[in-house]
Design a protein around this ligand. Structure first.
Ligand code: FRU
Length: 543
């Protein structure tokens, strides 16, 4: 019967998506001129969707087969993409998409001795649209091999986006938990389910469909980004949620077999009104302290220069004897401009390592879009807890990129570094101003304002097209130490040994390679060489 419906829609080659909701089969078509009369009667023009009432006995194996035909077409379309355009802003050692838009890192995990890192990708344009999972692997956390696409938005439960999620490694399989995002009908009604895909070889994934197929009571369809962690003998799935009264919360499901999930509770009432949605949760232990990470949207910004609704931070978490979660003490994870949706993994030697999207949901007009790509991931950071402070430091593996050390002093002077990919260490007095990525018209500056004991990061004199220009950070240290890692259009600034981090995309021309200091200080400087990030045959994804 499904075959007859597909035929009335002009055949499978005219089908963009298959959806299924409340006993209806919904077929989104490419060309409505090919619709038979019977299909035209049920046609929603705005969504190009034809809806057939077929009751609840939908043949799920047939839907899976249609999904795999759509997937083959999607893979073919990605294969046909032209190679990346040359672009002066391309990073030389960060992960960035060859074309299209990258957002959240996903499924970051060590599985059978190999690191796997996926990212949200819309391959075809620099816009937020039906997301795919791109896939990279590494054995050293520095060089990354591009693998075949892991997941495409091909099936009835994820046809408007294979949204963010995490991975679980078991002895015999790699499991990906993600949100299936679907939009139905005239109103573009959102439906979200938490789905599972598994792989025996770590490269080819088989979708098993939704493992959480309905919303908890009182929760809107803004329900996404599953993180699965083991606590004692029980698996917990944390899901970012929005209550119907528009408060962000954390939903928890529990399972003994990773397949069957029972809703536990919505957590987060301890924080009261704390934003309208919480995205991308994480939960892990650092030095015996449980830490939760959330992306609360719509919380109060800490400064008038900070106009962005999307925040990221960490909380102290605790689990009671009854297995209930409490959260307290929210602090920002990053004080720069471009940092969102972080994920962590544990390395085999027990380190907690974080990466994040170096971008924000509303930013889509950056100079790189002229060359067909947008956004990148952050460098990998090791997290530790020292005297109750969360410390972030670049992972030690990145030292492999350092070329020969140069030591120099600047005193109200400047120096041509001759590169925009470098690592710099310096300790500055209050009252100093450091300018990076500088030429005669452009610079990104770090000003240590003595009277207010505030660090001001200022990118107003750059080629930025949209977004905030100033970030402020109050500090109480006598001097301020910096470890700065630069990569052509990004600066990651680790302050006072990693107690604070400011992550920013900074666009200045290729020739803007000068460093200038109003003040006096000694610098340690390493040019950084390129990482190998590309296909196995050495065909670089970044050119
Ligand atoms: C965060 C986010 C997630 C969602 C994904 C979609 O940036 O909005 O909540 O799963 O991006 O790409």
């Amino acid at each position: 019967m499904i075959d007859a419906y597909i035929e009335s829609c002009g055949g499978i080659n005219n089908v963009n998506r298959i959806l299924s909701s409340q006993g209806r089969l919904i077929v989104e078509v490419d060309n409505s001129d090919l619709l038979a009369k019977s299909a035209l009667d049920n046609y929603c023009v705005t969504m190009s969707q034809v809806s057939f009432e077929i009751g609840h006995n939908i043949d799920s194996s047939k839907l899976i087969q249609l999904g795999s035909e759509i997937r083959n077409r999607q893979l073919h379309a990605v294969d046909k993409l032209t190679s990346p355009q040359k672009c002066e802003y391309r990073p030389s050692w960060h992960v960035a998409p060859p074309t299209g838009l990258l957002n959240d890192p996903n499924g970051f995990i060590c599985h059978q001795g190999t690191y796997h890192l996926f990212y949200q990708w819309y391959p075809f344009e620099c816009v937020h649209k039906d997301k795919y999972w791109a896939h990279l692997t590494s054995t050293d956390l520095v060089n990354w091999e591009v693998q075949p696409l892991a997941l495409t938005p091909s099936d009835w439960f994820d046809s408007h986006g294979v949204f963010s999620g995490h991975a679980v490694s078991t002895p015999d399989q790699l499991m990906l938990y993600y949100t299936g995002n679907v939009r139905i009908g005239e109103q573009r009604d959102r439906q979200t389910t938490q789905c599972l895909a598994i792989s025996k070889d770590g490269i080819n994934f088989q979708k098993l469909g939704p493992v959480v197929d309905s919303l908890p009571a009182g929760v809107t369809a803004h329900f996404r980004d599953p993180k699965v962690v083991k606590i004692g003998d029980v698996w917990w799935m944390l899901v970012g949620a929005q209550r119907e009264d528009l408060l962000g919360r954390l939903a928890v499901y529990k399972s003994h077999d990773l397949l069957h999930w029972k809703f536990d509770k919505l957590y987060g009432d301890d924080l009261g009104d704390f934003g309208y949605m919480w995205e991308c949760p994480d939960l892990f232990e650092l030095n015996g302290q449980l830490i939760a990470v959330i992306g609360p949207q719509g919380i109060q910004s800490c400064s008038r220069h900070h106009t962005v609704a999307h925040h990221n931070g960490f909380l102290k978490a605790a689990i009671s004897e009854q297995g209930e979660l409490s959260l307290s003490d929210f602090k920002m994870l990053d004080h720069g401009f471009d940092f969102y949706a972080p994920q962590t993994l544990e390395t085999p030697d027990g380190r907690r390592v974080l990466t994040a999207w170096m971008g924000l949901p509303d930013e889509i007009n950056q100079p790189t879009v002229d060359n067909g790509w947008l956004h990148q991931l952050t460098l990998l950071r090791q997290l530790t807890l020292v005297d109750e402070k969360l410390i972030q430091q670049p992972i030690k593996e990145l030292e492999a990129l350092r070329s020969t050390l140069e030591e120099f002093e600047l005193e109200y002077s400047s120096r041509d570094l001759k590169t925009k990919a470098f690592e710099l260490h310096v300790e500055l007095e209050w009252g100093s101003k450091l300018s990076l990525f500088k030429d005669s018209e452009n610079e990104c500056s770090i000003l240590l304002d003595k009277s207010s004991q505030t660090l001001l990061l200022d990118r107003s004199n750059t080629l930025l097209r949209e977004g905030d220009c100033i970030r402020e950070l109050k500090l109480d240290s006598e001097t301020v130490s910096f470890q700065i890692l630069a990569d052509n259009s990004s600066l990651e600034i680790f302050i006072n040994g990693g107690e604070f981090v400011m992550t920013s995309r900074v666009f200045t021309p290729e020739r803007a390679t000068h460093l200038a200091l109003d003040g006096k200080a000694k610098f340690l400087f390493w040019p950084l060489s390129s990482a190998k990030i590309g296909l196995k045959d050495n065909n670089p994804i970044a050119i």
